[in-house]
Ligand binder design. Sequence first.
Ligand code: NAP
Ligand code: SF4
Length: 673
Amino acid sequence: MPHYPHLLAPLDLAHVTLPNRVLMGSMHTNLEETGDWNRVAAFYAERARGGVGLMVTGGMAPNREGGVFPGASGLFSAADLANHRIVTQCVHEAGGRIAMQVLHAGRYAYSKDCVAPSPIRSPISPFLPNALNEAGIEKQIADIVQSAARAREADYDGVEIMGSEGYFLNQFLVAHTNQRNDRWGGTAENRMRLPIEVVRRVRAAVGQDFILIYRISLIDLIPNGQSWGEIVTLAKAIEAAGASMLNTGIGWHEARIPTIATSVPRRAFAWVTKKLMGEVTIPVITSNRINTPDVAEAILAEGCADMVSMARPFLADAHFVRKAMEGRAAQIAPCIACNQACLDHTFQGKLSSCLVNPRACHETELVLAPVVAPKRIAVVGSGPAGLAAALALDQRGHKVTLFEKDTAIGGQLNLARQIPGKEEFHGLVHWYETMLGKSNITLRLRHSAQATELSGFDEVVVATGVKPRDPGIDGQDGQNVSSYIDVLTGAKPIGQRVAIVGAGGIGFDVAEFLVQGGDSPTEDLKCWLHEWGVVDPETERGGVTDAHPAPPKRAVTLLQRKSGKFGQGLGKTTGWIHRATLRAKGVKMIGGVNYHRIDAAGLHISFGPTHDNATLIEADSIVLCAGQVSETGLTDALRELGKTVHVIGGAELAMELDAKRAIDQGTRLAARI
Ligand code: NAP
Ligand code: SF4
């Protein structure tokens, strides 16, 4: 009996049979923009070796005006062919298959030259698009078709035509962005003309023996989006026009509903794909928040789709499928859907990577080569920095002892996993436990390593982390005052009215923890959909209605000394979700404050440099989330003994510490020792 019989079943596409039902979905990593196509090839080849059935590249522009940003990579000149061939050749040599995504961004293109059906600016772009005339539309079709034909010339196994997420083709489909009254707009039939025409002409250009995936928006998540009837009609027409498969797109980029963040329940939108099953005869692919083989298998076994697309999980672990095949699913490094090193980087124009796997997109540069002369190495602290260092050192062949003063590994990950909406951190800690168990590392729990006992090691890595910063507020020793650690470990009871000092990542997390009061909509799909106002697109165009947040479990006030926007340091693609969640729960956010004192009545503050408007924030509990400082005791003691140490993670620099930096630093250090 094979593991995951549905997931690992082959998929017959007439001219080709895919070995399994796993698609690596398209991701824009910015790798192509490095100009180093050998590096791009190494990224995809590694994933091909990992056994994935079919991969789709990041979106490739069919022409300059359709690029997501100026200079975005594409396949619009014969000169690009040679670069793309490096990728396809390496993937094929590794035994994989790869399709190229053709992505025309339409009004989402970050350029004054962007084009669209109508001159309506997107809320997420500063540029008013140029409305296309008939000749302009014909040019866009021709460019998309030519790009697909060139993909075939470049030896890709297929193309994916991007028709969802609010990009160019999707923009023609709804009156929200298409207010034309010619044959490309007005009636539903006219609005569908462009995507159908594109697929028909691409198929004619590439021939029958070439995979043609169409990414269809099954729920737009914008007001006045497509009706379900229109979506089904489009799906059937796209099949008739020659598509080999339909891939699911969920929500436009401008939608104010999270679709892939960690607080989105797993497989949150598989039910939407299931609605399409039986309406078409070609295979249907589902996507969004699927990150384990068990979840993927269940989706297929329940008939929600014929194939499952996962994108970010292949950054976290290139060998996802192979490990599932070999019964080693527990060893798959889990994507925790944080976006911190992938999408947040992409949107900042930086190279993508992965918080849990810093080697992602750095395959050629961050190499954990076996060592010739193994050393005895002590790693002190089993938070993310220490764990990453210890595992990578072990992988290279060093003899590692890992010291942890607590009863369990994980450090601050154990706090993060308590936050509603951050349940994926449980999986990350479990993965570290599994990998430690498989390694040769000696783990010493409940052992606070002292400098004197470390002198016998060849190298010492200090990853002792951070401790809470003391904000020095008068009255902070009172019974009604707690640290964030007290709150998240349940060490102290918390009242109904709470003031939180500090609105960084931890202040936001604690606020969310307190207003949810033990509930997590992330664990309850029906509740989550209701809270965000997501409905069946059969009942409401676009599948969106009013949000219905459950009442907060506590009255929370979040404070910071700086004035300006709250949550400025939160993730670029996720900060808005945290702000929206707290706003929906009635959390008051007060900035520009001075803290004066705490007493039984609450927190006394004033405003601005001149300390105006002395105010009492009435509160039963005050929680201190005023940042963190490095835990330097061991480093200082070792240096006093003349020992050379490697200090990483929060122990080195507490400012703007997060697991991404900690894991990256630990891994990179291990690659050098
Ligand atoms: P942080 O983000 O640096 O925030 C510290 C907060 O404390 C700020 O609001 C700061 O604002 C305030 N503060 C600083 N010094 C203070 C003082 N002496 N007295 C009173 N208030 C003071 O640190 P953190 O919240 O501890 O988070 C630690 C790290 O983990 C951060 O890098 C964070 O990004 C990361 N993290 C991220 C997330 C997330 O993205 N969701 C979640 C958890 C943690 P004022 O100076 O304006 O008062
Ligand atoms: Fe997943 Fe976070 Fe890695 Fe992105 S950075 S792939 S979301 S774990």
